[in-house]
Write a protein that binds this ligand. Structure first.
Ligand SMILES: N=C(N)NCCC[C@H](NC(=O)CCC(=O)O)C(=O)O
Length: 448
Protein backbone atom coordinates (compact mmCIF):
# COMPACT_ATOMS: atom_id res chain seq x y z
CA UNK A 1 0.00 0.00 0.00
CA UNK A 2 1.24 3.49 -0.86
CA UNK A 3 2.00 5.65 2.18
CA UNK A 4 2.73 9.34 1.99
CA UNK A 5 5.21 9.82 4.80
CA UNK A 6 4.77 13.58 4.57
CA UNK A 7 1.05 13.47 5.33
CA UNK A 8 0.13 15.57 8.36
CA UNK A 9 -2.90 16.09 10.52
CA UNK A 10 -3.76 19.77 10.14
CA UNK A 11 -6.06 21.46 12.63
CA UNK A 12 -8.42 24.10 11.26
CA UNK A 13 -9.76 26.16 14.14
CA UNK A 14 -12.86 28.29 13.99
CA UNK A 15 -12.26 31.98 14.42
CA UNK A 16 -14.75 33.28 17.00
CA UNK A 17 -17.20 35.67 15.38
CA UNK A 18 -17.93 39.25 16.56
CA UNK A 19 -21.35 38.35 18.07
CA UNK A 20 -20.13 35.69 20.54
CA UNK A 21 -22.69 35.62 23.35
CA UNK A 22 -24.28 33.41 25.98
CA UNK A 23 -27.92 32.71 25.14
CA UNK A 24 -28.48 29.30 26.76
CA UNK A 25 -29.44 27.78 23.42
CA UNK A 26 -28.19 24.22 23.83
CA UNK A 27 -30.45 22.00 25.91
CA UNK A 28 -28.33 19.05 27.04
CA UNK A 29 -25.11 21.11 27.08
CA UNK A 30 -24.68 21.95 30.74
CA UNK A 31 -22.25 24.88 30.28
CA UNK A 32 -24.43 26.60 27.68
CA UNK A 33 -27.42 26.38 29.98
CA UNK A 34 -25.64 27.53 33.12
CA UNK A 35 -24.05 30.60 31.50
CA UNK A 36 -27.26 31.78 29.87
CA UNK A 37 -27.69 35.57 29.89
CA UNK A 38 -24.20 36.30 31.25
CA UNK A 39 -22.17 39.01 29.54
CA UNK A 40 -19.70 37.71 26.96
CA UNK A 41 -16.42 39.15 25.71
CA UNK A 42 -16.11 38.46 21.97
CA UNK A 43 -12.72 40.17 21.71
CA UNK A 44 -11.24 38.02 24.44
CA UNK A 45 -12.90 34.90 23.00
CA UNK A 46 -11.34 35.48 19.57
CA UNK A 47 -7.92 36.27 21.07
CA UNK A 48 -8.00 33.15 23.27
CA UNK A 49 -8.73 31.04 20.18
CA UNK A 50 -5.98 32.73 18.16
CA UNK A 51 -3.47 32.20 21.00
CA UNK A 52 -4.10 28.44 20.85
CA UNK A 53 -3.72 28.42 17.05
CA UNK A 54 -0.47 30.36 17.27
CA UNK A 55 0.97 28.12 20.00
CA UNK A 56 0.28 24.98 17.95
CA UNK A 57 1.72 26.60 14.85
CA UNK A 58 4.82 27.49 16.89
CA UNK A 59 5.05 23.86 18.02
CA UNK A 60 5.55 22.94 14.35
CA UNK A 61 2.03 21.74 13.53
CA UNK A 62 0.02 22.66 10.45
CA UNK A 63 -2.66 25.03 11.70
CA UNK A 64 -5.42 26.60 9.67
CA UNK A 65 -8.22 29.09 10.28
CA UNK A 66 -11.88 28.72 9.31
CA UNK A 67 -13.86 31.91 8.99
CA UNK A 68 -16.96 32.48 11.16
CA UNK A 69 -20.54 32.88 9.86
CA UNK A 70 -22.41 36.07 9.08
CA UNK A 71 -24.34 36.96 12.24
CA UNK A 72 -26.91 38.32 12.90
CA UNK A 73 -28.35 36.07 10.18
CA UNK A 74 -30.72 38.53 8.52
CA UNK A 75 -31.65 36.09 5.75
CA UNK A 76 -32.99 33.58 8.24
CA UNK A 77 -34.88 36.27 10.15
CA UNK A 78 -36.51 37.44 6.91
CA UNK A 79 -37.33 33.83 6.03
CA UNK A 80 -39.15 33.69 9.36
CA UNK A 81 -41.35 36.63 8.42
CA UNK A 82 -39.57 39.68 9.83
CA UNK A 83 -39.67 42.50 7.30
CA UNK A 84 -38.58 46.08 6.65
CA UNK A 85 -35.13 47.57 6.93
CA UNK A 86 -32.38 45.56 8.60
CA UNK A 87 -32.82 47.70 11.74
CA UNK A 88 -36.58 46.97 11.70
CA UNK A 89 -36.02 43.25 11.34
CA UNK A 90 -33.70 43.24 14.36
CA UNK A 91 -35.98 45.38 16.46
CA UNK A 92 -39.18 43.44 15.74
CA UNK A 93 -37.43 40.12 16.24
CA UNK A 94 -36.10 41.26 19.61
CA UNK A 95 -39.57 42.42 20.69
CA UNK A 96 -41.55 39.45 19.39
CA UNK A 97 -39.11 36.53 19.49
CA UNK A 98 -35.97 37.36 21.42
CA UNK A 99 -34.82 33.71 21.58
CA UNK A 100 -35.11 33.43 17.80
CA UNK A 101 -33.03 36.58 17.43
CA UNK A 102 -30.42 35.18 19.85
CA UNK A 103 -30.28 31.95 17.84
CA UNK A 104 -29.72 34.00 14.66
CA UNK A 105 -26.86 35.83 16.38
CA UNK A 106 -24.97 32.86 17.83
CA UNK A 107 -21.27 32.60 17.05
CA UNK A 108 -21.56 28.81 17.42
CA UNK A 109 -19.74 28.11 14.14
CA UNK A 110 -16.53 28.69 16.15
CA UNK A 111 -16.79 25.00 17.17
CA UNK A 112 -15.51 23.62 13.90
CA UNK A 113 -15.46 20.05 15.22
CA UNK A 114 -19.11 20.36 14.23
CA UNK A 115 -18.46 21.99 10.86
CA UNK A 116 -18.11 18.76 8.90
CA UNK A 117 -16.93 15.17 8.76
CA UNK A 118 -13.66 14.82 6.89
CA UNK A 119 -12.22 11.63 5.40
CA UNK A 120 -8.58 11.70 4.32
CA UNK A 121 -7.69 10.64 0.77
CA UNK A 122 -5.95 7.46 1.98
CA UNK A 123 -9.34 6.14 3.11
CA UNK A 124 -11.60 7.08 0.21
CA UNK A 125 -12.42 5.18 -2.99
CA UNK A 126 -11.53 8.07 -5.33
CA UNK A 127 -8.36 9.15 -3.48
CA UNK A 128 -9.74 12.61 -2.66
CA UNK A 129 -10.26 14.24 0.73
CA UNK A 130 -14.03 14.23 1.36
CA UNK A 131 -15.96 16.87 3.30
CA UNK A 132 -19.62 16.75 4.35
CA UNK A 133 -20.85 19.80 6.29
CA UNK A 134 -22.85 18.72 9.35
CA UNK A 135 -26.58 19.56 9.21
CA UNK A 136 -26.71 20.10 13.02
CA UNK A 137 -30.49 19.64 12.94
CA UNK A 138 -30.95 19.23 16.69
CA UNK A 139 -30.41 22.89 17.53
CA UNK A 140 -32.02 25.63 15.47
CA UNK A 141 -29.11 28.05 15.95
CA UNK A 142 -26.71 25.44 14.58
CA UNK A 143 -28.96 24.13 11.80
CA UNK A 144 -28.50 27.45 9.98
CA UNK A 145 -24.73 27.01 9.67
CA UNK A 146 -24.19 24.29 7.07
CA UNK A 147 -24.76 26.21 3.84
CA UNK A 148 -22.19 28.91 4.54
CA UNK A 149 -19.92 26.33 6.20
CA UNK A 150 -19.93 24.46 2.88
CA UNK A 151 -18.91 27.66 1.06
CA UNK A 152 -16.13 28.39 3.55
CA UNK A 153 -14.80 24.83 3.24
CA UNK A 154 -14.85 25.08 -0.56
CA UNK A 155 -12.98 28.38 -0.42
CA UNK A 156 -10.42 26.88 2.00
CA UNK A 157 -9.93 23.56 0.21
CA UNK A 158 -10.48 24.88 -3.28
CA UNK A 159 -9.05 22.35 -5.70
CA UNK A 160 -11.37 19.78 -7.24
CA UNK A 161 -8.47 17.50 -8.11
CA UNK A 162 -7.89 16.85 -4.43
CA UNK A 163 -11.02 17.82 -2.50
CA UNK A 164 -14.59 16.49 -2.81
CA UNK A 165 -17.31 18.59 -1.18
CA UNK A 166 -20.73 17.10 -0.45
CA UNK A 167 -24.00 18.74 0.47
CA UNK A 168 -25.11 18.34 4.10
CA UNK A 169 -27.41 15.36 4.77
CA UNK A 170 -31.18 16.03 4.60
CA UNK A 171 -32.06 18.42 7.43
CA UNK A 172 -34.32 16.22 9.53
CA UNK A 173 -33.73 14.56 12.86
CA UNK A 174 -33.53 11.11 11.23
CA UNK A 175 -30.22 12.17 9.73
CA UNK A 176 -29.05 14.40 12.59
CA UNK A 177 -25.33 14.83 11.95
CA UNK A 178 -22.91 16.63 14.30
CA UNK A 179 -19.81 16.13 12.17
CA UNK A 180 -16.31 15.38 13.40
CA UNK A 181 -17.27 15.75 17.08
CA UNK A 182 -18.60 12.21 16.66
CA UNK A 183 -15.92 10.92 14.29
CA UNK A 184 -12.34 9.85 15.01
CA UNK A 185 -9.80 8.46 12.63
CA UNK A 186 -7.27 5.96 13.88
CA UNK A 187 -4.19 5.01 11.88
CA UNK A 188 -0.60 3.88 12.16
CA UNK A 189 0.71 6.65 9.87
CA UNK A 190 -1.43 9.62 8.81
CA UNK A 191 -0.76 8.90 5.14
CA UNK A 192 -1.86 5.25 5.38
CA UNK A 193 -5.43 3.93 5.10
CA UNK A 194 -6.97 4.30 8.56
CA UNK A 195 -9.99 3.21 10.58
CA UNK A 196 -12.81 5.73 10.71
CA UNK A 197 -14.73 5.46 13.96
CA UNK A 198 -18.29 6.80 13.83
CA UNK A 199 -20.17 7.38 17.10
CA UNK A 200 -23.89 8.06 17.21
CA UNK A 201 -26.40 8.71 19.99
CA UNK A 202 -29.42 6.79 18.73
CA UNK A 203 -31.09 4.93 15.88
CA UNK A 204 -33.68 6.89 13.92
CA UNK A 205 -35.42 3.95 12.29
CA UNK A 206 -35.30 1.40 15.12
CA UNK A 207 -37.11 2.39 18.29
CA UNK A 208 -36.26 -0.91 20.00
CA UNK A 209 -32.68 0.32 20.50
CA UNK A 210 -31.59 2.17 23.68
CA UNK A 211 -31.66 5.97 23.70
CA UNK A 212 -31.21 8.72 26.29
CA UNK A 213 -34.31 9.90 28.16
CA UNK A 214 -33.37 13.27 29.65
CA UNK A 215 -31.31 15.00 27.00
CA UNK A 216 -31.43 14.64 23.21
CA UNK A 217 -29.18 12.33 21.22
CA UNK A 218 -28.23 14.72 18.45
CA UNK A 219 -26.63 12.27 16.04
CA UNK A 220 -28.09 9.13 14.45
CA UNK A 221 -26.64 5.86 13.26
CA UNK A 222 -28.29 6.44 9.90
CA UNK A 223 -26.40 9.73 9.50
CA UNK A 224 -23.06 8.04 10.22
CA UNK A 225 -23.78 5.29 7.70
CA UNK A 226 -24.73 7.86 5.05
CA UNK A 227 -21.44 9.74 5.54
CA UNK A 228 -19.42 6.52 5.23
CA UNK A 229 -21.25 5.78 1.95
CA UNK A 230 -20.84 9.30 0.57
CA UNK A 231 -17.13 9.34 1.35
CA UNK A 232 -16.55 5.99 -0.36
CA UNK A 233 -15.10 4.28 2.71
CA UNK A 234 -14.42 0.55 2.67
CA UNK A 235 -16.44 -1.59 5.12
CA UNK A 236 -13.25 -2.89 6.68
CA UNK A 237 -12.08 0.66 7.35
CA UNK A 238 -15.14 1.67 9.40
CA UNK A 239 -16.21 0.92 12.99
CA UNK A 240 -19.50 2.18 14.45
CA UNK A 241 -20.34 2.60 18.13
CA UNK A 242 -23.27 3.92 20.09
CA UNK A 243 -22.67 6.46 22.83
CA UNK A 244 -23.71 5.32 26.27
CA UNK A 245 -27.21 6.89 26.63
CA UNK A 246 -26.64 7.37 30.37
CA UNK A 247 -23.72 9.74 29.77
CA UNK A 248 -25.70 11.74 27.21
CA UNK A 249 -28.18 12.21 30.04
CA UNK A 250 -25.33 13.54 32.21
CA UNK A 251 -24.40 16.21 29.66
CA UNK A 252 -22.18 14.38 27.16
CA UNK A 253 -23.87 15.88 24.12
CA UNK A 254 -21.08 14.90 21.71
CA UNK A 255 -18.67 11.97 21.82
CA UNK A 256 -15.73 14.39 21.95
CA UNK A 257 -16.82 15.30 25.49
CA UNK A 258 -16.00 11.72 26.64
CA UNK A 259 -13.39 10.32 24.22
CA UNK A 260 -10.57 11.47 21.96
CA UNK A 261 -8.22 9.57 19.68
CA UNK A 262 -5.09 10.11 17.65
CA UNK A 263 -3.12 7.65 15.50
CA UNK A 264 -3.24 4.33 17.41
CA UNK A 265 -4.31 5.80 20.75
CA UNK A 266 -7.78 6.08 22.26
CA UNK A 267 -8.24 8.12 25.44
CA UNK A 268 -11.72 7.63 26.79
CA UNK A 269 -13.82 7.36 29.90
CA UNK A 270 -14.86 3.93 31.13
CA UNK A 271 -18.53 4.80 30.53
CA UNK A 272 -18.21 6.39 27.08
CA UNK A 273 -19.77 3.69 24.86
CA UNK A 274 -22.54 1.15 24.98
CA UNK A 275 -20.95 -2.34 25.12
CA UNK A 276 -17.57 -0.71 25.59
CA UNK A 277 -15.39 -3.87 25.82
CA UNK A 278 -16.80 -5.00 22.50
CA UNK A 279 -16.24 -1.60 20.85
CA UNK A 280 -12.61 -1.51 21.96
CA UNK A 281 -12.09 -5.09 20.76
CA UNK A 282 -13.49 -4.23 17.32
CA UNK A 283 -11.20 -1.22 17.07
CA UNK A 284 -8.15 -3.21 18.15
CA UNK A 285 -8.99 -5.88 15.55
CA UNK A 286 -9.43 -3.29 12.80
CA UNK A 287 -6.05 -1.82 13.79
CA UNK A 288 -4.32 -5.24 13.53
CA UNK A 289 -4.07 -5.35 17.31
CA UNK A 290 -1.64 -2.45 17.35
CA UNK A 291 -3.92 -0.21 19.34
CA UNK A 292 -3.50 1.51 22.71
CA UNK A 293 -6.34 2.47 25.00
CA UNK A 294 -6.23 4.69 28.07
CA UNK A 295 -9.58 4.04 29.69
CA UNK A 296 -10.20 6.35 32.63
CA UNK A 297 -12.07 4.58 35.45
CA UNK A 298 -15.14 6.24 36.96
CA UNK A 299 -13.54 5.73 40.36
CA UNK A 300 -10.75 8.14 39.34
CA UNK A 301 -12.74 10.68 37.32
CA UNK A 302 -16.53 10.74 37.43
CA UNK A 303 -18.55 11.52 34.30
CA UNK A 304 -19.63 14.76 36.03
CA UNK A 305 -15.99 15.81 36.50
CA UNK A 306 -15.22 14.88 32.90
CA UNK A 307 -18.08 17.12 31.74
CA UNK A 308 -17.10 20.02 34.02
CA UNK A 309 -13.38 19.90 33.24
CA UNK A 310 -13.61 18.82 29.57
CA UNK A 311 -10.76 16.36 30.17
CA UNK A 312 -11.65 14.44 27.01
CA UNK A 313 -12.34 17.51 24.91
CA UNK A 314 -8.62 17.67 24.60
CA UNK A 315 -6.42 17.50 21.53
CA UNK A 316 -3.97 14.60 21.31
CA UNK A 317 -1.18 15.79 19.09
CA UNK A 318 1.93 14.09 17.73
CA UNK A 319 4.81 16.52 18.13
CA UNK A 320 8.34 15.30 17.33
CA UNK A 321 7.33 11.69 17.89
CA UNK A 322 5.72 12.41 21.26
CA UNK A 323 2.05 12.59 22.22
CA UNK A 324 1.07 15.93 23.71
CA UNK A 325 -2.35 16.62 25.20
CA UNK A 326 -3.91 20.07 24.87
CA UNK A 327 -6.33 20.76 27.70
CA UNK A 328 -8.35 23.70 29.02
CA UNK A 329 -7.44 25.39 32.32
CA UNK A 330 -10.54 23.86 33.87
CA UNK A 331 -8.64 20.52 33.99
CA UNK A 332 -5.95 22.09 36.14
CA UNK A 333 -8.55 23.40 38.54
CA UNK A 334 -10.20 20.01 39.09
CA UNK A 335 -8.10 18.00 41.61
CA UNK A 336 -9.26 14.53 40.49
CA UNK A 337 -8.64 15.36 36.83
CA UNK A 338 -5.30 17.08 37.42
CA UNK A 339 -4.02 14.20 39.57
CA UNK A 340 -4.94 11.77 36.85
CA UNK A 341 -3.33 13.83 34.10
CA UNK A 342 -0.05 14.43 35.95
CA UNK A 343 0.12 10.73 36.73
CA UNK A 344 -0.30 9.94 33.03
CA UNK A 345 2.40 12.41 32.08
CA UNK A 346 4.87 11.24 34.72
CA UNK A 347 4.17 7.52 34.30
CA UNK A 348 4.78 5.31 31.30
CA UNK A 349 1.64 6.23 29.35
CA UNK A 350 2.03 7.39 25.73
CA UNK A 351 1.12 10.96 26.84
CA UNK A 352 4.27 12.84 27.74
CA UNK A 353 3.33 16.53 27.85
CA UNK A 354 0.36 18.63 29.00
CA UNK A 355 -0.31 21.98 27.30
CA UNK A 356 -2.84 24.10 29.18
CA UNK A 357 -4.86 26.89 27.53
CA UNK A 358 -7.22 29.56 28.82
CA UNK A 359 -10.32 29.13 26.64
CA UNK A 360 -12.81 30.34 29.22
CA UNK A 361 -14.97 32.33 26.79
CA UNK A 362 -15.61 29.26 24.64
CA UNK A 363 -15.73 26.83 27.58
CA UNK A 364 -18.61 28.79 29.10
CA UNK A 365 -20.70 27.74 26.11
CA UNK A 366 -19.49 24.12 26.25
CA UNK A 367 -16.66 24.38 23.74
CA UNK A 368 -13.19 23.12 24.69
CA UNK A 369 -9.94 22.79 22.71
CA UNK A 370 -11.21 19.86 20.61
CA UNK A 371 -14.53 21.56 19.78
CA UNK A 372 -12.63 24.49 18.33
CA UNK A 373 -10.80 22.46 15.71
CA UNK A 374 -11.55 20.44 12.59
CA UNK A 375 -8.91 17.86 11.78
CA UNK A 376 -7.91 17.45 8.16
CA UNK A 377 -5.25 14.91 7.24
CA UNK A 378 -3.42 16.18 4.17
CA UNK A 379 -0.66 14.66 2.07
CA UNK A 380 1.99 16.85 0.53
CA UNK A 381 0.07 17.72 -2.65
CA UNK A 382 -3.09 18.41 -0.71
CA UNK A 383 -1.21 20.73 1.65
CA UNK A 384 0.00 22.64 -1.38
CA UNK A 385 -3.55 22.76 -2.81
CA UNK A 386 -5.09 24.46 0.28
CA UNK A 387 -5.84 28.15 0.20
CA UNK A 388 -2.51 29.43 1.59
CA UNK A 389 -4.08 32.53 3.15
CA UNK A 390 -5.95 30.33 5.63
CA UNK A 391 -2.79 28.73 7.04
CA UNK A 392 -1.45 30.13 10.30
CA UNK A 393 1.85 32.02 10.18
CA UNK A 394 3.45 34.72 12.31
CA UNK A 395 2.17 37.30 9.82
CA UNK A 396 -1.39 35.94 9.77
CA UNK A 397 -1.47 35.82 13.56
CA UNK A 398 -0.40 39.47 13.77
CA UNK A 399 -2.90 40.48 11.09
CA UNK A 400 -5.80 38.64 12.72
CA UNK A 401 -5.11 39.92 16.24
CA UNK A 402 -5.05 43.48 14.85
CA UNK A 403 -8.27 42.77 12.99
CA UNK A 404 -9.94 41.50 16.19
CA UNK A 405 -8.67 44.49 18.19
CA UNK A 406 -10.06 46.84 15.58
CA UNK A 407 -13.51 45.31 15.06
CA UNK A 408 -14.60 43.37 18.15
CA UNK A 409 -16.49 44.52 21.23
CA UNK A 410 -15.36 43.46 24.68
CA UNK A 411 -18.85 42.99 26.05
CA UNK A 412 -22.15 41.73 24.67
CA UNK A 413 -25.38 41.16 26.56
CA UNK A 414 -28.72 40.02 25.24
CA UNK A 415 -30.00 43.57 24.58
CA UNK A 416 -27.03 44.33 22.28
CA UNK A 417 -28.10 41.71 19.74
CA UNK A 418 -30.79 44.02 18.34
CA UNK A 419 -28.33 46.91 17.94
CA UNK A 420 -28.14 47.71 14.19
CA UNK A 421 -24.64 49.00 14.81
CA UNK A 422 -23.50 45.49 15.81
CA UNK A 423 -24.75 44.22 12.44
CA UNK A 424 -22.76 46.88 10.59
CA UNK A 425 -19.64 46.23 12.67
CA UNK A 426 -19.87 42.48 12.05
CA UNK A 427 -20.37 42.90 8.32
CA UNK A 428 -17.47 45.25 7.91
CA UNK A 429 -15.24 42.94 9.97
CA UNK A 430 -16.24 39.91 7.89
CA UNK A 431 -15.87 41.77 4.62
CA UNK A 432 -12.28 42.56 5.54
CA UNK A 433 -11.71 39.00 6.76
CA UNK A 434 -12.70 37.49 3.41
CA UNK A 435 -9.96 39.59 1.88
CA UNK A 436 -7.37 38.60 4.50
CA UNK A 437 -8.17 34.91 4.01
CA UNK A 438 -8.84 35.29 0.27
CA UNK A 439 -12.19 33.51 0.47
CA UNK A 440 -14.19 35.40 -2.15
CA UNK A 441 -17.80 36.31 -1.43
CA UNK A 442 -18.90 33.54 0.91
CA UNK A 443 -21.40 35.58 2.94
CA UNK A 444 -25.01 36.30 1.95
CA UNK A 445 -24.50 40.06 2.54
CA UNK A 446 -21.72 40.00 -0.06
CA UNK A 447 -23.94 38.40 -2.66
CA UNK A 448 -26.60 41.06 -3.12
N1 LIG B 1 -18.37 19.32 21.54
C1 LIG B 1 -18.18 19.99 20.46
N2 LIG B 1 -17.54 19.48 19.46
N3 LIG B 1 -18.68 21.24 20.26
C2 LIG B 1 -19.22 22.05 21.27
C3 LIG B 1 -20.38 22.81 20.75
C4 LIG B 1 -20.98 23.74 21.78
C5 LIG B 1 -22.25 24.37 21.28
N4 LIG B 1 -22.70 25.40 22.22
C6 LIG B 1 -23.63 26.28 21.89
O1 LIG B 1 -24.13 26.32 20.77
C7 LIG B 1 -24.08 27.27 22.95
C8 LIG B 1 -24.61 28.56 22.41
C9 LIG B 1 -25.35 29.38 23.43
O2 LIG B 1 -25.98 28.81 24.33
O3 LIG B 1 -25.29 30.63 23.35
C10 LIG B 1 -23.34 23.31 21.07
O4 LIG B 1 -24.02 22.97 22.05
O5 LIG B 1 -23.48 22.84 19.94
Amino acid sequence: MKTDINAVEANFDGLVGPTHNYAGLSFGNVASQSHSAQASNPKQAALQGLAKMKALHDAGLTQGVLAPQERPDLNTLRRLGFTGSDANVLQTASQQASKVLAACCSASSMWTANAATVSPSADTADGKVHFTPANLTNKFHRSIEHEVTGRILKATFNDERHFAHHQALPSVEHFGDEGAANHTRFCHEYGQAGIEFFVYGRYAFDSSKPAPVRYPARHTYEASEAIARLHGLQAKGVVYAQQNPDVIDKGVFHNDVIAVGNRDLMFCHQEAFLNQPDVLKQLAGAMNNQFNVIEVPSARVSVEDAVKSYLFNSQLLSINGKTVIVIPEECQKNPAVWDYLTELRDGDSPISELKVFDLKQSMSNGGGPACLRLRVVLNEQEQAACNPNTLMSDALYTRLTQWVDQHYRDRIIDADLADPQLLLESRSALDELTQILNLGSVYPFQQV
